[in-house]
Design a protein around this ligand. Structure first.
Ligand code: SF4
Length: 638
């Protein structure tokens, strides 16, 4: 048998169909070892699971609450209660608010080398740091994985990232992934699994590896993976999970679709400049720029090691700007306390926030108007921070600490930083395991939990208006903002009316509803990399509720296409990208959807523009029936 990459080994071990791994791009069905949700996507996922009639999930499944924890009204606590009680009924582990950020907590407690997983969040790929193949997916696809234990995806290409050398003392894992973003770009990872290898791997701790795999999502990659070794073993042993360790690496001489070489010794401190994680520059080129805020944490950089390094750099000196810390988990927070770092950071003037996503998803911690915020997070899209005209740049915890002390962007000194390592505090008691959960109250649905809307089948001729024409790199945050709107996530009507495209066009929802109620089908025209960013399925569900039937763009981000299909919106691309310029917002348009497998055209004012399918042929029945739920109900037996 020929030598295999680590990716191919794991996929082969989990392959259900076809009999052998096919060429890249062809569909594969794999067995899934774990499926999870977080609260922003989880309520929809659970409502879908209920609508499917599922009584018990198949793989290890977890509902994390980490995104929307502000309890300033009934909505978030209602959602948490629903997630807890539905989890007990369906056999899902519940991770209550305050336990930790889903990806970090997942890695601490559940991920094992060699596993496969899907999560209803794009940074599910974080688990690749622990030698597992985990992917972000839309809520419906995660619900389906929970129901069946299977996941269908295109066979990825595999790129070997050969790491040599050792990072300079003022660089961290964050600088490695920023280097990758500089090389690959925000859309260069589409359809690819990045497999890290080479002698540089052993110089990176498991949590630094997870920082690198976490932000593979920003390259649009399917996922990323590191081999396992002594560092992996040490992490698992420290969590009392030494028995979960398994040596996993590529075979000698394995072949890859492409290769990237990075000499870690040559990396310098890097910064992703607003408004894209792909705008990577050297920190030294921005040194001296005044800042207004520093945030450390998020699923990208919230390990004990990250935060202890940050605290040791501060060494009790006062920070000069508003500085917020979000620990990755309760376990990390307790370990920091045991090591004396919580007291040290209080003394420095750092604000210790909750163990969750917080400022990363615009749930508090917003910077001032026109402010500059430096964040160790993974995204810096416009308005995500909750302050429309603020600018967010992404940096490592070392740059965060050096800059917090000076109040301006600062290159950290290259020096040894010894951290006080104490044993982690194992926090498995925070989880509510389904076999121990109180099931007597049944599934509790507060008034914020609205039943899923049902959508009509696709008409043979889709006729309507271009309701919105958009430019490049429209993110799911642009389509369906989170922040203050996030508590509406379980109420599709309200979330759609208040938030959909609100940030790009304040009148969109009202125009769309009027058009829909007059019998028209809505069209969106977009340019490159449409739907980048989070896996938020509301960015498809809410537009569909508002009457959108087709999205036609120059190119799409991966997860968003799946979400559009799942809610019965037809995703297509221009065969000739220049046709984009010939269509205006407000144009009356139509397309013949009788034969979605045939040639497709958009008709505008008597002119026909050829289109390409952005969907696979096998989802045509789903699109015809009006979405995945209708398709599941029509076909699933047992
Ligand atoms: Fe939470 Fe931010 Fe990570 Fe998303 S990217 S899981 S919002 S910390």
């Amino acid at each position: 048998m020929s030598a295999l990459s680590l990716t191919h080994k794991i996929l082969k071990d989990h392959l259900v169909e076809p009999a052998a791994l096919p060429a890249p791009g062809e569909l594969i069905k794999i067995k899934i070892d774990e499926a999870f949700t977080q609260d922003a996507t989880g309520t929809m996922c659970m409502l879908q699971l209920e609508a499917m009639g599922v009584s018990k999930v198949k793989p290890l499944s977890v509902n994390f609450v980490d995104h929307s924890m502000l309890q300033s009204g009934f909505r978030n606590p209602d959602d948490h209660q629903y997630l807890r009680t539905v989890a007990a009924k369906l056999g899902i582990i519940f991770s209550p608010p305050g336990t930790g950020i889903c990806h970090f907590t997942n890695m601490e407690n559940f991920v094992k080398p060699g596993m496969t997983g899907v999560g209803a969040d794009s940074h599910t790929v974080n688990a690749g740091g622990c030698s597992a193949i985990f992917m972000g997916a839309g809520g419906y696809d995660v619900a389906l994985a929970m129901a069946t234990g299977m996941y269908t995806m295109p066979m990825p290409k595999v790129t070997r990232v050969n790491l040599t050398g050792k990072l300079p003392k003022n660089c961290m894992g964050m600088d490695v992934i920023l280097k990758m973003l500089e090389i690959v770009s925000v859309k260069g990872g589409k359809g690819i699994i990045f497999e890290y290898a080479g002698p540089g791997v052993k110089t990176l701790s498991l949590t630094e590896r997870a920082t690198i795999t976490n932000m593979g999502a920003e390259m649009g990659a399917t996922t990323s993976i590191f081999p396992s070794d002594e560092n992996t073993k040490a992490f698992l042993e420290s969590r009392g999970r030494g028995g979960d360790y398994k040596a996993m690496s590529a075979d000698e001489g394995a072949s890859y679709d492409a290769e990237i070489n990075i000499n870690l010794s040559e990396i310098e401190p890097l910064i992703a400049i607003y408004p894209s994680p792909g705008n990577v520059e050297k920190v030294k080129d921005h040194a001296g720029t005044k800042i207004h805020q520093v945030c450390i944490g998020s699923c990208t950089n919230s390990s004990f090691e990250n935060i202890a390094t940050f605290a040791e750099t501060l060494k009790g000196k006062r920070v000069k700007v508003d500085t917020l810390l979000y620990p990755g988990s309760r376990s990390v927070a307790m370990q920091l306390a045991d090591a004396g770092y919580i007291k040290m950071m209080f003394a420095s003037g750092v604000r210790i926030m909750e163990n969750g996503c917080g400022a990363c998803i615009g749930q508090g911690g917003s910077p001032p108007s026109e402010g500059i915020t430096l964040r160790t997070f993974n995204r810096n899209f416009p308005k995500r921070s909750g302050t429309d005209d603020a600018k967010c740049h992404l940096i490592s915890p070392l740059v965060a600490a050096a800059s917090a002390l000076t109040g301006e962007i600062t290159v950290p000194e290259a020096k040894d930083i010894a951290i006080n390592v104490v044993p982690p505090v194992i926090d498995t008691d925070s989880f509510i395991m389904p076999d121990k959960a109180d099931k007597s109250e049944g599934i509790v649905r507060g008034p914020n939990i609205m039943a899923l809307p049902e959508f009509s089948p696709l008409p043979d001729v889709v006729k309507g208006e271009v309701l919105l024409k958009l430019g490049d790199n429209i993110s799911t945050d642009d389509i369906q903002p989170a922040g203050v709107y996030l508590p509406l996530r379980s109420n599709v009507k309200e979330y759609a009316m208040q938030a959909t495209y609100r940030l790009v066009d304040g009148t969109f929802a009202e125009r769309a509803v009027a058009h829909r109620d007059a019998g028209g089908e809505g069209f969106i025209i977009g340019a490159e990399n449409y739907g980048q960013g989070s896996s938020r399925e509301h960015a498809a569900l809410c537009p569909r509720w508002l009457g959108i039937r087709a999205v036609i763009v120059k190119s799409f981000a991966r997860i968003h296409v799946a979400n559009l299909v799942n809610f019965g919106i037809v995703p297509m691309t221009f065969k000739n990208p220049a046709d984009y310029d010939k269509i205006k917002q407000g144009d009356t348009v139509s397309f013949d959807a009788k034969d979605l497998a045939g040639d497709l055209f958009l008709e505008v004012n008597g002119q026909k523009f050829p289109l390409e399918r952005a969907f696979d042929l096998d989802v045509i029945p789903t699109l015809k029936l009006g979405g995945a739920l209708a398709q599941f109900k029509a076909t699933f037996k047992g």
